[in-house]
Design a protein around this ligand. Structure first.
Ligand SMILES: Cc1cc2nc3c(=O)[nH]c(=O)nc-3n(C[C@H](O)[C@H](O)[C@H](O)COP(=O)(O)OP(=O)(O)OC[C@H]3O[C@@H](n4cnc5c(N)ncnc54)[C@H](O)[C@@H]3O)c2cc1C
Length: 590
């Protein structure tokens, strides 16, 4: 059973991602080290003791549609109630609406633990938190006072409605229609698919944020507006009024996250109300809906990255526990009587250490991204906003790929027991698979990284970041510590690969050869993530957490440097010389 790794999480936050210097520099208000520890420990307890025990029943029963209503798995509504009463919904929300205004770094750490407990459960509240953020930033005073207090307290949940059958990665072609009414409201008509927690029995009301197009809107993404559409209309005194003309038509049967209802939502077909049309209120300005969504997109992408870290952590714990117990064969040098535990076999050690490296690397990258988000105000706002922008696609893609890769290795470590459902290793693998797809596929993240993030400050930001990473490699070299092996040199070589690939991409983009640059976008994204993994593990190994685990950290860092990150050389070549063969082989596909 999953146990939240609170100490490792606290170490990574404080000594790798930048929480301690941010606290010392007074960048995080009244937050103290003790408060951080207390919040992490309680979030970890909740994830371990309350969420994780209900993951399996959620997977087995799934969300069920009964007479147009979604029934959640047994025990889940009570779990949600306990979660909301614990104040977890309000961690980052603004104090004006009952929130605690805490930094994103704490939020992502808590998100990791809840998602390790059950990703299918944690994704619902995560979307509500996204909706709270969008409303706080762009909602009118009326919308904020009517909806935010109840969303922040968890009394009502939210959902995000972007996707339509013809509009997934390309939202510019969406068709859902919004018509203006004389009283300042709008009526919405259309169908949205794949809407997470679009319907459920956790809360009395659900606040849908819906993208739609006005009749006179310009074509494409510049003609999309954002609307708030409640399931039940809300009276002036805050009580629930009549049902709005919005309902869940069906829910999907899917590979994983069975407890999370994935809904087809119908707006405005006349099922409820006097006249057809779901009543909605504009959020932000007309035709600026996608921009509103984008302000929260970074955090939503980071939140999905946390799902990858979460699954990787849970899968690693499960695999190590199994490998200690399962006995097969005799490992080289095994002195015990009978068969050795499989954890003694070098190939199993390789798998388990790879799982640990990818998990720790993904954790450090995502936390560093959250740190950048928290620092993006005041004097150095531009620098940190650029850092958050640059890190977001890497955090989302590297962590979610790690979730899938690590969960797959977890199945492998379990052998046949991993493929059957009994151990839970298979569930983690199935759950992990969606994260590289939603909230912008990892392919779309790679395009974002190459086309929009590398050119920030004319390439100055990424170059400055690479110089910082070189500083870590130099420190690893200077440490001259036998336990770090060749970490300094190997890391320096991988950073050189990153630099070569970065300069090639910047030059190729400057010459307008977009197709060539994009052919290597995903390998480049992976290359960046691996370099960051090596660098952040080294940073952790060089820091003293005061917990006596420096030897372990150095050993894992050395394994990463000497066994994992060398892949960067091949990735560099794919970026700088893979485009021609890719283009030439296109004909193979017909
Ligand atoms: C379980 C689940 C939950 C979801 N929850 C929500 C939700 O709550 N709200 C919501 O609005 N949506 C939700 N989605 C939808 C999800 O965000 C989309 O599935 C995702 O954005 C991808 O869109 P698509 O499925 O149409 O794939 P497509 O856009 O058709 O993509 C198919 C493939 O083509 C690639 N591709 C597409 N365009 C390009 C391009 N320009 N360049 C390069 N490659 C490209 C993609 O990377 C992908 O590999 C959910 C989906 C699932 C399965």
């Amino acid at each position: 059973m999953y146990k939240a790794p609170v100490e490792e999480i606290a170490f990574t936050l404080k000594h790798v991602a930048g929480l301690s210097p941010a606290l010392e520099g007074g960048h995080l208000g009244d937050l103290t080290d003790d408060l951080v520890d207390a919040i992490l420990s309680e979030a970890g307890r909740f994830a371990t003791e309350e969420v994780a025990p209900l993951a399996e029943i959620g997977d087995r029963q799934g969300a069920r549609l009964v007479d147009g209503a979604v029934k959640m798995p047994d025990g889940w509504p009570a779990l949600y109630k306990a979660w909301a009463e614990g104040g977890w919904n309000s961690l980052t929300a603004a104090p004006d609406f009952g929130g605690q205004g805490l930094p994103h770094m704490l939020h992502v750490a808590a998100l990791e633990m809840w998602n390790s407990g059950s990703m299918a459960f944690a994704i619902g509240p995560t979307l509500t938190i996204g909706a709270i953020e969008a409303l706080t930033t762009h909602g009118s005073g009326h919308l904020k006072t009517t909806y935010l207090p109840k969303m922040v307290s968890g009394e009502w949940m939210g959902s995000m409605n972007l996707t339509e059958p013809h509009a997934g990665s390309d939202l510019g072609v969406m068709k859902t229609r919004a018509e203006r009414r004389d009283d300042g409201t709008y009526r919405l008509f259309g169908q949205k698919i794949f809407i997470t927690y679009g319907e459920h029995d956790f809360t009395d009301n659900i606040v849908h944020l819906v993208l739609a197009r006005l009749p006179d809107a310009p074509a494409g993404t510049r003609g999309i507006s954002l609307f708030l559409v409640p399931k039940f209309l809300v009276a002036a005194d805050g009580s629930l009024g009549p049902r709005n003309d919005a309902h869940c038509h069906s829910i999907e049967h899917k590979l994983g996250i069975h407890g999370s209802p994935t809904c087809t939502m119908i707006y405005g077909d006349g099922r409820f109300g006097d006249e057809p049309g779901a009543i909605g209120w504009l959020v932000g300005e007309e035709n600026r809906g996608l921009a509103c969504m984008f302000t929260m997109m970074n955090n939503a992408r980071l939140a999905v990255g946390m799902q990858g870290v979460a699954i990787a952590e849970a899968a690693t714990q499960k695999a190590i526990a199994y490998a200690r117990e399962r006995t097969q064969g005799k490992a080289p040098g095994w002195q015990g009587s009978g068969m050795s535990p499989i954890i003694e076999h070098p190939d199993v050690v390789r798998m388990l250490l790879t799982m640990k490296v990818l998990t720790q690397g993904a954790r450090a990258i995502t936390y560093a991204c959250a740190h950048a988000v928290d620092m993006a105000h005041g004097e150095a706002a531009k620098h940190w906003a650029e850092r958050a922008s640059l890190l977001t696609p890497i955090a989302k893609s590297f962590a979610t790929d790690a979730g899938v890769d690590v969960a797959s290795l977890g199945v492998q470590v379990h052998g046949g027991m991993g493929f059957i459902e009994e151990t839970g290793a298979a569930r983690l693998y199935r759950d992990a698979r969606i994260a590289p797809i939603y909230e912008g596929t990892n392919g779309i993240q790679a395009i974002d990284l190459v086309m929009r993030k590398l050119p920030l400050s004319d390439g100055g930001h990424v170059r400055g970041f690479i110089a910082e990473l070189r500083g870590i490699a130099a420190r690893a070299r200077a440490a001259n510590a036998p336990e770090l092996g060749e970490t300094g040199d190997r890391l320096e070589a991988s950073i050189a690969d990153l630099e070569t690939a970065t300069e090639w991409l910047l030059a190729t983009l400057a010459e307008g050869r977009q197709a060539e640059a994009l052919a290597g976008a995903t390998p480049y994204q992976r290359l960046f993530g691996l370099v960051l993994t090596g660098a952040y593990l080294a940073k952790g190994a060089l820091a003293d957490g005061g917990d006596g685990r420096n030897g372990e950290r150095a050993a894992l860092c050395r394994f990463a440097a000497e066994n994992i990150i060398g892949e960067t050389a091949a990735l560099r070549d794919r970026v700088t010389s893979g485009a021609a063969s890719l283009a030439a082989a296109r004909t193979v596909l017909g």
